[in-house]
Write a protein that binds this ligand. Sequence first.
Ligand code: F0G
Length: 453
Amino acid sequence: MEPYRIKVVEPIPVTTREQRQAALARVHHNLFDLRADEVTVDLLTDSGTGALSAAQLAAAMDGDESYAGSRSFHRFHDTVRELTGYPHILPVHQGRAAERLLTATLLGPGKLFLSNTHFDTLRANVALCGGEAWDLPCPEAADLDSAEPFKGNIDTTRLKAVLDGPDGARVGAVIMTLTNNGGGGQPVSMANLTLTSALCREHGVPLILDAARFAENAWLVTQREPAHREHSPRQVAEAAFRLADGCVMSAKKDGIAHIGGFLGLHDTELARRCELLLIATEGFPTYGGLAGRDLDMVARGLHEVTDPRYLRARAEDTAYLADLVRAAGVDIVEPPGLHALYLNAGRLLPHIPPHRFPGQALACRLYLEGGIRGVELGSLYLGTEDEQGAPLTSAPYELLRLAIPRRTYTRGHFDHVGRALARVARDAHLVPGLRITEQPAFLRQFRSRLAPV
Ligand code: F0G
């Protein structure tokens, strides 16, 4: 059971089917353009959407808003330092700011980042710095249905081949995303991280963790990797950070905060260069674009997030929703992790081809049915067409992600999702595909307009 009870509640909007139908038309079937008060259960993201604890709110009241050297910074710094072991800790307003500092400093034309899977914003930051982002997911990741425990692993055979090969000299860093959000929220094993760390050290290449969900990864390691069964999530997390040379962190996930992040580094010279960029673009190094109260809430959240009782309850909540989704007749990327379920929309809607966007079609239908918002991870996100609209490339899978905000929704809300999804799945053959009527030059999943076909 959850190791907490509810002290403060927020009403959620309840809408009629007619209102939702009108809203879908108004936003041109792009759910990012809905007003939040048109959404009943918002599973768009687990980022910055969690519930704060009483202790976090109390810490916020004690926030020190001094411009330089605030008490809040020192509390934040000591917490992050103790968790990660990195001597240089730069606060930033959110994860992608840490990514920008790192890519701007480590990359340049012709340089490469290698990863189990780059998250979108990191991939965009690599491209903006003239670099290339190569994903090397392990072969097990390709089978969505298998129960393999660590489908978030990097393919160490390919990693070694790249590092040993002609492109080895171009590699600026290896990034391990914990858990692998772009790859179904799957965890990385400590064995895989240890081997990756050894390969990186051997080749003199920095290993950086994208640690947004480090605690969830650590929990899954304690559950799925026999060598770590007796360890606490905190012990696993501390060990993971110490296998790497640094981290980029979005505290909006496993900091259980509404905003915040940090860059942690071992290398003094690299940290110095990042710090100058931080001052120019984010803020002085003792606040990095955050208020003192934010730093205190993140520090507190980083302690709470590795509590095994919290992590177990979160895992059980996700497993509960996974059972409802399977019972509705909808396949998910197996086995489920903690932060989200990835629904196999392509399989549920075989009558909709990739370029009629089954994931987005399912997202819109689930919104119409129950006011539930998820996010497409399929060909709307990854596909391309030529100027006439003829398909060029499509995504490997057509998925709909239902992300689960931390400590926010109850099983009653999940039951509502399960019932709505069961109704959608029963009449799946009636769900229409969508065509793009307008799209921007890039990042089209956020700004496209669509219409049913
Ligand atoms: N890394 C990972 C693995 C992420 O999932 C995200 C954000 C970021 C970095 C960027 O952090 O948003 O604080 O700048 N993921 C959100 C999501 C947006 O919905 O999965 P940010």
